[in-house]
Design a protein around this ligand. Sequence first.
Ligand code: ZN
Ligand code: ZN
Length: 178
Amino acid sequence: MMQLEKDLTQQQVKFADIEQHLNYELQKQLDKVENKNLVLKKDIVDLKREIDHLTGKLENSQADITQKTKAYSRQLGLLQDKCQAQQQHLAQRFQQLSLFIDKSDSIDSDQIRNLALKLVAEIREMDQKDVCVVCVVEKTNCVLLPCRHHVTCTKCASRLNTCPFCRTCIQDRISTFE
Ligand SMILES: [Zn+2]
Ligand SMILES: [Zn+2]
């Protein structure tokens, strides 16, 4: 009987040891999980802050785009009006020029040339600075030598003997590219 009690006590001590050990391991695992939880919570807070930040940014961009779109369409309207007015003005000018040429038999070529140059200058001022002064259709893509004026297209330049701007005798023509 004494031996049995002794064995039992020994067993109880052993179990207590095992229990203590298990409790220790369990606590360790719990701590680990708790730590992971804290990290995750921090990540979630960070993400939420990031989302708020991005949402704010997006709202600002949208407001900005709306504002810009309004400004652009207003600008476009103004430009369209301006363009229309310029076209009307130009049409009038052409009419004046043709009437002037029709009516005057004794008109000298300098007068016509000056009027034409004035007209061309007006066209070029209307945001068409790269248009050929001779045909007023093609883009300016030729440099005349030796005066180095860049005012005509290659097609027109090939038919000219003198520069339409300064009347210097053309010795060579160089094509240019955009
Ligand atoms: Zn031309
Ligand atoms: Zn020239």
